[in-house]
Design a protein around this ligand. Structure first.
Ligand code: NAD
Length: 497
């Protein structure tokens, strides 16, 4: 396929028409009172659109529309085969609108266009396809019971599902929620992040055009307030959240204060990437370690932000790592050759720079550490690497959500496991070794939802459940297990005589 040029994307951006209104009951609407917020591009700090700032009336309208649609059976009552056909049409339409959606995502979140066209938008289409394809193949059980009974165990859609999502993979994280939720027959109210609402808003029209009935898929943009209103709402049956651990804790409280809606949380991480002295391929490991933290500007929940290296190989490994890190030079996200884009906004930029300052005081700076390309008006930070002293450092403990890597040295396998698990998080982890026994033993002992052996961030297939141990959350996105979150389990016992 031809690689489109920077000029192509700049021309397209100049003529792009951007929708900023909420989508409720099958139509775009202004927020009540015409309230809006400014949606700025992190590429140059300029205004992209005025976006609806949804409040209580808008959230209520969206939840009511979702409830009406659910109760009417217009979606929930379809044969799964029919839902599948409509979802596949929607996925095809997402692929047809690839350029437009990828451009919106790049302008809104600062992600390189090379990534939004190859990962984010195709990944969202694939997610919708995968759950569409699955939904007419999963059934219930006929369970063992007394001879005079027939006992059925079935799964039913839960009702109105709210999805509150973050800004680092806006369309992809949203699809991991609405894909399985819609396939299972629920109605959805999606609350995108205020930092990246544009693809969610656009997707809603494509959903309607593909045949998803009015009220089944609604989008209420805004900051924390509509998310909180959804979490407190008495008529929302389930809230699926991806975001920070702090807000995840609030969401659980809101559910407890309201109707005990089911709450599923995908939260933060501080993932360890352990390189043993018998690492089978140091060049591959160094490239993967750089990608694990510098891909997507480090704005990844699974970022391999703690690199644990055995003392015997530390010096040689760090040389390779630093060489690999230099290939992530911040550049214009619209340039197809750019591998590192802009930090999502000024708030996040300052947060990351604050951590870098703290790192300078406590650890040894090995690479980067500065804001760059300030003349563009955008928000760019160099790949940054710190070597952490034995006494530890804040940058090695807290989730930064930016391109900042902490390198920690260890001497024994036991010490590596102890350091790796010494975190409130448990989202992902990796270990590099040629020894099969060490690979399995370490994998077992790592308290994390995903463990990679001799790789990092592999497995883009939908087949693998994704989620965390400890304060990285509960529940799992992706895979058939994700359907369980959006269904209630019912036992039906029929007495024959
Ligand atoms: P965030 O918690 O600030 O916001 C997430 C969403 O919650 C946004 O839509 C936001 O508007 C909304 N929100 C904010 N305050 C709220 C409140 N009081 N009530 C309800 N909703 C509220 O997180 P973020 O900065 O958007 O995203 C970064 C975080 O997301 C990181 O911690 C990252 O690790 C995590 N993340 C986790 C996964 C995962 O699958 N585990 C994936 C991506 C991101």
């Amino acid at each position: 396929m031809d690689k489109k040029s920077l000029a192509f994307w700049q021309d397209k951006a100049a003529t792009l028409s951007i929708e900023g209104r909420a989508f409720i009951d099958g139509e775009y609407r202004d927020a009540e009172g015409g309230r809006t917020f400014d949606c700025l591009s992190p590429i140059d700090g300029k205004l992209l659109a005025k976006v609806a700032d949804s409040g209580a009336a808008d959230v209520d309208a969206a939840v009511s529309a979702a409830r009406r649609a659910f109760d009417s059976g217009v979606w929930s009552g379809l044969n799964p085969r029919q839902r599948k056909a409509i979802l596949l049409r929607w996925a095809a339409s997402i692929r047809e609108h690839m350029d437009e959606l990828a451009l919106l995502e790049t302008l809104d979140a600062g992600k390189p266009i090379a990534d939004t066209t190859s990962v984010d938008v195709p990944g969202a289409a694939y997610c919708v396809e995968w759950f569409a394809e699955a939904i007419d193949k999963v059934g219930g059980e006929v369970a063992p019971a007394d001879h005079h009974l027939v006992g059925l165990v079935t799964r039913e859609p839960i009702g109105v599902v709210a999805a509150v999502v973050p800004w680092n993979f806006p369309i992809l994280m949203a699809s991991w929620k609405f894909g399985p939720a819609l396939a299972a027959g629920n109605s959805v109210v999606l609350k995108p992040s205020e930092k990246s609402p544009l693809t969610a808003i656009r997707l809603a029209q494509l959903a309607l055009d593909a045949g998803i009935p009015a009220g089944v898929f609604n989008v209420v943009p805004g900051a924390g307030e509509p998310g909180k209103l959804l979490a407190l709402h008495q008529d929302v049956d389930c809230l699926a959240f991806t975001g920070s651990t702090n807000v995840g804790k609030l969401i659980m409280q809101y559910a407890g204060q309201s109707n005990l809606k089911r709450v599923w949380l995908e939260l933060g991480g501080k993932s360890p990437n352990i390189v043993m002295p018998d690492c089978p391929d140091m060049d591959r490991a160094a490239n993967a370690a750089a990608g694990a933290i510098f891909y997507n500007m480090g704005e990844m929940c699974t970022a391999g932000s703690r690199l644990l290296v055995h003392r015997d190989i530390k010096d040689v490994f760090l040389d390779k790592l630093i060489a690999a890190a230099r290939s992530y030079t911040p550049g214009n996200p619209l340039d197809p050759n750019t591998s590192m884009g802009a930090i999502v906004d000024k708030v996040q930029l300052e947060r990351v720079l604050g951590y870098i300052e703290a790192g300078r005081a406590e650890a040894k700076l090995l690479l980067g550490g500065a804001r760059v390309k300030e003349e563009t008006g955008g928000f760019y930070i160099e790949p940054t690497i710190f070597e952490i002293p034995a006494s530890g450092a804040k940058v090695a403990r807290e989730e930064i959500f930016g391109p900042v890597l902490s390198v920690i040295t260890f001497d024994t396998v036991e010490e590596a496991i102890r350091i790796a698990n010494d975190s409130e998080y448990g989202l992902a982890a990796a270990v590099w070794t040629s020894n099969l026994t060490i690979a399995h033993e370490v994998s077992r002992k790592l308290r994390a939802g995903t463990v990679w052996v001799n790789c990092y961030d592999e497995g883009g297939d939908m087949n693998f459940p994704f989620g965390g141990y400890k304060q990285s959350g509960n529940g799992r996105d992706k895979s058939l297990h994700a359907l369980e979150k959006y269904t209630e389990l019912k036992s039906t016992l029929v007495r024959l005589r």
